[in-house]
Ligand binder design. Structure first.
Ligand SMILES: C[S@@+](CC[C@H](N)C(=O)[O-])C[C@H]1O[C@@H](n2cnc3c(N)ncnc32)[C@H](O)[C@@H]1O
Length: 224
């Protein structure tokens, strides 16, 4: 870990983190999440970039893995050693059943800075950092920088939106989300020590009318 990463870990520890309701919402949503968000072409494309660019048998973290579909499964089927992490025990129960070949850990992502999961060749963080308040997101990215080996890859997605800890209805529950417009997100990831190897911004219409249409941002990143 670089000195910059260590200093940032100290800053992360000083943030007051309020996760009220976030895990409970996903515990209750369960596999309705996959029903509401079918046809994940953007996510599959970014996952495929990660799967094929990493050497075979790489150690990959699926951060906020949800049900394990499609990403943990895609990475495991490509022959990688997958560790999925999620704060929701309900989502993890589905993930363990969906992807028996991966290893799953119940944890708040902020706690991974203790290093207990070791280091990784790649990380997938699809629609996970948007569950954090904005001031935390640069710290979380720095933490991922610290967990990645030199040259490691990060496949990141967010929803494009200029919001911070915004409370919204989501499949009959309330969750808090944050986002950036694409230029600002690009700046945030670069300041956290990543180079952009590719990006896309597809429009996405969920299957459920409980969730509004969105512009998704996919960034394929390399640890600089
Ligand atoms: C929008 S879902 C995305 C799931 C999956 N990555 C996908 O793309 O299908 C966000 C996931 O992040 C998890 N999550 C939210 N806050 C978290 C935190 N602080 N630490 C770990 N996981 C978290 C939720 O439980 C949920 O499964």
């Amino acid at each position: 870990m670089s000195g910059d990463d260590q200093r940032d870990y100290d800053g992360y520890a000083r943030l007051g983190l309020d996760r009220t309701g976030q895990a409970e919402a996903f515990d209750a949503i369960g596999d309705r999440y996959d029903e509401a968000f079918p046809h994940k072409e953007g996510q599959l494309d970014s996952g495929a970039w990660l799967a094929r660019t990493l050497p075979p048998g790489s150690r990959v973290l699926d951060l906020g893995c949800g049900t394990g579909i499609p990403t943990a499964r895609q990475l495991a089927e490509a022959g990688h050693d997958v560790v999925g992490v999620d704060i929701s025990s309900g989502m993890l129960a589905l993930a363990r059943a969906n992807v028996p070949g991966a290893h799953f850990v119940e944890a708040d992502l902020a706690t991974l800075r203790d290093g207990r999961l070791g280091s990784f060749d790649g990380v997938a963080a699809f629609f996970t950092l948007l569950m954090l308040p904005r001031p935390e997101i640069p710290h979380a990215l720095r933490m991922l920088h610290g967990l990645l080996r030199p040259g490691g890859l990060l496949a990141l997605s967010m929803v494009e939106a200029d919001v911070d800890d915004f409370s919204m209805p989501f499949l009959g529950h309330s969750i808090r989300v944050s986002g950036y417009l694409r230029d600002e997100l690009r700046q945030v990831v670069c300041e956290a020590g990543f180079e952009v190897a590719g990006e896309s911004s597809p429009a996405y219409a969920p299957a459920s009318t409980d969730v509004p249409p969105e512009i998704q941002l996919f960034f394929n990143l390399r640890r600089a």
